[in-house]
Design a protein around this ligand. Structure first.
Ligand code: PMP
Length: 407
């Protein structure tokens, strides 16, 4: 039994009052981006109405207050991840930028020809392409840890794959296409046993479970604010301080310097060395409000709620003839991908939109996952704090209607 009243949680999301094609919106695409609670909208609005100024520069009160808010958001993120220090919290645009930052500033400086980066078969394109770009530039190897038919990776297979040539293992904490939750703590141990670093793509994990970067002992952890009830355009790279200290800047510009002359530039201290230019101040403030929201609901309560929805949806979907659920990992978050015999996912999702149901039909930026299961695309329903059992009932009814129309 959950102590949280999830009807109250849902009521905090004004967008859910929107009517789509004559029906109240059923939003089942939180894996792509989550909706925003009123407190996040208010925090951003209040910043622009009452607090807007550039940070770290002004001596006047308004700028000092904006700086306090921005740095307060960093401290909130530090607590959220249980990082040791705010020096380890770099604000970026999102997961994609965080991974690219690590690829440029750590991997490109520390790997040479013949060294290896390992990724899994279930990665989002943003955790594949940056390493491929480096592979082509540096002559490093990109090795793929395969998954089984349930959509799980095997720790023993990783043990067999790593060697002294392995310098980086980069893995998603939770798959956006399958919902699989990976054993990243054990993977970190395996990576470290050969002296490699581990980077964790937390884009899908931070909205659904509590993350403790010290307990996981990961070297790098990336996430996006917009998937965890915060604004778009803001995300975080966590990295161990000792690594960040040794890394070269990713971009040059204002704020990331201590002093500049035409002969020589001295870089700013951490984390500012990695935050060139005026940052996304309102984004960080909105992200802090999103963390307040998550803390108030409680990530454990949220995980329980979404798990109940997942179980119910799985049971209901399994009863539909010709429907196949893609991704049946033992440890799975609130994402359910499926295909229906003889029906193209896009046609299905288009009909479902007519019922006010927002689901995604695509390769989910994880084409290798589609190749593994030999499907062009899947329909994906992904859950958030605001979803309820009625949403699942409407999903099922809509699938049945669409099926009749298409088959
Ligand atoms: N990794 C995973 C697992 C994701 O689901 C996503 C977003 N779909 C990303 C990375 C990229 O995140 P963003 O587009 O916010 O940079």
């Amino acid at each position: 039994k959950n102590s949280v009243d999830f009807a109250q949680v849902r009521a905090q999301f004004p967008i859910l009052e929107v009517v789509e094609n004559g029906f109240p919106l059923v939003y089942l695409d939180s894996g792509a981006t989550s909706q925003k609670p009123q407190r996040v909208i208010d925090a951003v609005t209040q910043y622009y109405r009452e607090e807007n100024a550039n940070v770290h520069r002004g001596v006047y009160g308004l700028s000092e207050r904006a700086t306090e808010k921005y740095e307060g958001a960093r401290e909130k993120v530090r607590t959220f991840l249980n990082a040791k220090s705010t020096k380890e919290i770099v604000f970026v645009r999102g997961t994609t930028e965080a991974i690219n930052l690590v690829a440029h500033s750590w991997v490109s400086e520390n790997l040479t020809e013949g060294d290896e980066v390992i990724v899994t078969e279930m990665e989002h394109h943003s955790n594949i392409v940056p390493w491929q770009l480096l592979r082509d530039k540096l002559g490093i190897r990109l090795t793929v840890l395969r998954m089984n038919q349930k959509g799980e990776i095997c720790l023993n297979a990783l043990k067999g794959l790593v060697s002294e040539k392995t310098k980086m293992v980069s893995v998603t904490h939770m798959s956006n296409a399958l919902g699989t939750i990976n054993p990243v703590k054990e993977m970190a141990e395996i990576a470290h046993s050969v002296g490699a670093k581990i980077m964790v793509d937390g884009a899908q994990a931070t909205p659904h479970m509590s993350v403790d970067v010290q307990d996981l002992d990961c070297d790098f952890y990336a996430f996006s604010g917009h998937k965890m009830y915060g604004p778009t355009g803001i995300g975080v790279l966590y990295a161990k301080e000792a690594l960040l200290e040794k890394m070269a800047p990713y971009q040059g510009g204002g704020d990331m310097i201590y002093s500049v002359s035409f002969d020589k530039t001295e870089y700013n201290v951490l984390p500012y060395k990695f935050e060139a230019g005026t940052p996304h101040i309102s984004g960080a403030i909105g992200l802090a409000a999103a963390i307040d929201f998550l803390n108030e609901v409680g990530l454990d309560n949220l995980a329980r709620h979404e798990h109940a929805l997942l179980e119910y949806a799985t049971e209901q979907l399994s009863q539909i003839d010709g429907l196949r659920i893609i991704g049946q990992a033992e440890n799975k978050g609130g994402v359910i991908s499926f295909v229906l015999d003889g029906v193209h996912p896009h046609d299905m999702a288009t009909l479902m939109d007519q019922d006010g149901i927002a689901v995604r039909a695509s390769h989910h930026c994880a084409m290798p996952v589609m190749q593994h299961f030999n499907v062009p695309a899947t329909i994906r329903a992904s859950f958030g704090a605001y979803n309820n059992f009625e949403d699942i009932d409407r999903l099922i009814a809509s699938i049945n209607d669409a099926k009749e129309m298409l088959l």
